[in-house]
Design a binder for this molecule. Structure first.
Ligand code: SF4
Ligand code: SF4
Ligand code: FES
Length: 536
């Protein structure tokens, strides 16, 4: 692989890569605003300028500049190397690039910062981006000067509603055009553009349109400053109070990698941010997915229910044991769930097919929905592929409803609450059987169940989900368990004991060993929490 040096460090690069791309991959940050690894490079912010040293025996490109000379009390002409945007210049073998070690680059970064902040409102205390803002970060790293401009700053439109999800503040905008390029290049809806010139520049929405569709949240995410905010997160939390867990979006079978930001003081989720994974979602998520963090709290089952009434865990387990006493195994069915982790489904399959000895295995999940060619999958379940890997023989929910109607199945142990059919009709048929379900949320199955045991939602425990491409992906625990909720695999073990059976698992690692999920795939079995920080 060819290499170049950046501040004396050897950086390998793939032919065609820019300097900033290769340096970024090596874990070193060159300050930047307009560059984003998932978008084209307009090289308009000039923050990423570097000094490329001339090859031996050649004269590099330089500029004449005027520099104040205190000894002669006048300006004099000096030569300065012409700095180059590292986001636009391709890396070349043997190239010598200076960043932090070049005084010219230092001066340039400071000047760019000063120019960007000339008219910028100093309202960090009320700005949603505070704590994860590139202007703040770079001012500390490369600015730290006294403001020289004494004029009234130029005022521009504030709190402009771009659409149902996004609000724009033109005074905070650094005109990096990332939002324009995202809508054009990724969302394929070039609805944003720039108008006016110089310090009157602003972003606007195409006349007759609003910023809408399935990917509007991403313009807030790519904005390096506080110019774009989402109506969902705006003014809700200060990011330095938040912690983040690496998780998997549960919105569809794509399985986008996400950061779940939550406030540990309130045990409350506040937002999703996309987590880079080149093989799945690159840098992006859809709006429906971005908002699906709310499912961590909405419509939750947190205490056991017996015949619809709240009960204690022992009472619910006793009731389940009574309902399943002396039932022939041929009449018992288990229902796996495409919305629960591989570990949870493994435990229920083990209880059904190994301990109870039933052959009646079914699976359920949410119905199909909208799809596109960018990210969104029509399968609205996070683990359909995992269930199919675990139990290829499992029949769909419609077959269970038929078998209950025919009297072949009288007792059901289910995971989850969703069915892909008509919720009310499905509930009605399920009511004619004796159903025990382990569920995190309410739905058609919990409404029909005689006993409901509360399960952890995906955000509250560590679990593995297999996406539509067959990739096994880990979602870390973030939130603490509410009420009596426990990971479903634990509730299945408790139910097995209540039924007089001996579960073969007591720990998550035993299940993972059975599933060949090793520690390399799952380094986050330990609960890792990070502070929320700024990104690319
Ligand atoms: S709104 Fe944000 S992303 Fe768009 S040009 Fe301004 S600073 Fe860049
Ligand atoms: S595409 Fe699917 S997995 Fe990705 S963010 Fe949207 S709903 Fe979530
Ligand atoms: S990041 Fe290179 S010019 Fe903006």
């Amino acid at each position: 692989m060819p290499t170049f040096t950046y501040d004396g460090k050897t950086i390998p690069f793939a032919p065609g890569e820019t300097i900033i791309q290769a340096v970024h991959r090596a874990g070193i940050e060159i300050p930047h605003y307009c560059w984003h690894p998932g978008l084209s490079s307009p090289a308009n912010c000039r923050m990423c300028l570097v000094e490329i040293q001339p090859k031996t025996g050649t004269k590099g490109v330089s500029l004449d500049i005027l520099q104040w000379d205190e000894s002669i009390k006048d300006y004099k002409v000096v030569q300065k190397p012409k700095l180059q945007p590292s986001c636009y210049n391709a890396a070349a073998d043997g190239m010598v690039v200076l960043g932090d070690t070049s005084p010219h680059v230092h001066e340039s970064r400071k000047n760019v910062q000063e120019m960007l902040l000339l008219n910028h409102p100093v309202d960090c205390p009320i700005c949603d981006q505070a704590g994860e803002c590139k202007l703040q970060d770079y001012w500390l790293e490369h600015g730290q000067y006294q403001k020289r401009m004494r004029d009234e700053p130029v005022h521009k439109p504030k709190a402009v509603v771009f659409g149902p999800t996004i609000v724009y503040d033109a005074e905070r905008c650094v005109m990096c055009t990332r939002c324009i390029r995202f809508m054009d290049e990724i969302a394929k809806d070039p609805v944003l553009d720039m108008r006016e010139r110089g310090n009157l520049n602003e972003i606007f929405v195409a006349p007759g349109r609003e910023l809408d569709g399935h990917y509007t949240f991403m313009v807030d995410h790519v904005c390096p400053v506080g110019a774009l905010t989402t109506t969902d997160f705006r003014f809700k939390a200060r990011v330095w109070f938040l912690r983040t867990a690496s998780t998997i979006c549960q919105g569809c079978a794509t399985g986008c990698n996400a950061h779940l930001d939550y406030d540990p003081r309130k045990n409350e989720a506040y937002r999703y941010r996309p987590r880079e994974n080149d093989a799945v979602n690159k840098f992006w998520m859809c709006d429906e997915g971005m908002l699906s963090y709310k499912q961590a709290h909405a419509n939750r089952v947190v205490e056991p229910l017996v015949s619809g009434d709240k009960a204690t865990v022992p009472a619910a387990l006793d009731a389940a044991a009574r309902l399943f006493a002396n039932v022939p195994k041929e009449s018992v069915a288990i229902v796996l769930s495409a919305k629960y982790s591989l570990e949870d489904n493994w435990a229920l399959r083990e209880l059904g097919t190994t301990l109870l000895g039933t052959k009646a295995v079914y699976w359920s999940g949410s119905p199909n929905g909208y799809e596109d060619t960018i990210l969104i999958h029509k399968d609205k379940n996070s683990n359909t592929a995992g269930v199919k890997q675990l139990a290829p023989e499992a029949k769909p929910m419609s077959a269970l409803l038929t078998d209950i109607g025919a009297g072949a199945i009288t007792h059901v142990i289910a995971l989850g609450a969703s069915t892909p059919g008509e919720p009310d009709a499905d509930t009605e048929v399920l009511r004619s059987a004796t159903v025990v379900t382990i569920a995190a949320h309410g739905g058609p199955i919990t409404r029909a169940a005689k006993v409901v045991l509360p399960a952890a939602a995906w955000a509250e425990h560590s679990g593995t989900y297999v996406n539509a491409k067959g990739l096994r992906q880990l979602a870390e625990k973030g939130l603490e368990l509410p009420g009596s909720a426990r990971p479903a695999w634990q509730q299945v073990a408790a139910l097995a004991k209540a039924l007089g059976l001996e579960p073969t698992w007591t720990k998550l690692k035993q299940i993972r060993a059975n599933l060949s999920l090793d520690a390399v795939d799952h380094p986050a079995q330990i609960h890792v929490v990070e502070r929320v920080g700024s990104e690319v």
